[in-house]
Ligand binder design. Sequence first.
Ligand code: URA
Length: 435
Amino acid sequence: MIAKLILDKKREGRALGSAEIREFIEGFTRGDIPDYQMSALAMAVCCRGMTERETADLTDAMMRSGACLDWKDLAVPTADKHSTGGVGDKLSLIIQPLAAACGVAVPSLTGRGLGITGGTADKLETIPGYNAGLSLEEFRKVVAEVGVSMTVQTAEICPADKKLYALRDVTGTVASIPLICGSILSKKWAEGAGALVFDVKFGSGAFMKTKEEAVELATAMVKASRAAGRKAAALVTDMNAPLGYAVGNANEVVEALDVLRRGAERADEDFVALSVELAALMVSLALEKPLDEARAICRERLADGSALAKFEAMVKAQGGDLAKFENRLAKPTFKFRIQAMRSGYVCAIDAEKVAKVALQLGAGRMTTADRIDPRAGVTLDVKIGDKVSVGSPLATLEKSGAPDGLERAAADLLAAFSFSQTDPGPRSLIAERMD
Ligand code: URA
């Protein structure tokens, strides 16, 4: 293989052969293809695109750059859900144990938060003792024994993606559907789940800002996964407002536990409905049941406490102590509550603005080396459509350490809310579906 000829071919807009893609990625992973040639290919792909077949080949080659898990020895089928990331997105904490409670094994390699996007691993690590850094062997054991495990992806999975993402980040080539698709899917395929459900988010708090971009990515991921013989479905969901009430880390675990303990009671109904829908898609694909039937099973397992029992069993198996978590929440933090300055209906809560406030308070990280404050965050008192009057509580800001910055953050948070004099009417979080 001559790298320069492949670069010429893609620059001219021609489709690359499977072997060309495989050898290029293999060479790059080994270090034989230098960063400048890989960067040039990334830019050519960005400008010229890739066919469905090329995208599937790229994903496959990236997947094969590291360890690939398989779960053939389990007695039950496997499934996982992937979200492109959002604000207040604690769905995994509910969906993964819920699907496991329905008889699907859920091996879930997850990530840490960066920028305005929260990370499931950071949320779980607010539970004292929870080990989100399992080895692949430990991960296998927890999945086999409990039926669900959530841990950070190890360095053995898709090393090519890590190297390539670092180049894309500095060469303006992140925003390319085939490259995003290859990056997300290679990690999910390597994890080995037989059925994959994608929650592709769009809006101010999402990686994809428009619904059209999210539909394009969702379609590409479903098509490439199916072409590779994997069961796949996707929902395209609205991320213009935070999901549920809590944005942070420990407060998101509290909200997820509330849903697992009490179902829809006290919870944001849209958020519970989306949780059930995503879990039902996993169950329907993995167990090959009609979606209506899968939905009914999921609702039942959420209501009868089996999803909660799976969550508790997973936390225990990974060293976590929920009683200590609840005790720790009793420790004082600095709080500041904001109130409505006018009456009307809440018609928008800008997810990006809320996330930036949470970040300012210490709930997130700007670089991978930053440490987070597990207790920092924002908990909303209202959701879109609620009627408020002057002085009604809108949200509470919370942080540990010292109270500095709370008042400024409170002013920024107030700017995230918009009000109208008429009821904005019902909204659905699900904008499109590919199932
Ligand atoms: N998330 C990923 O893992 N990779 C991308 O390229 C974009 C989002």
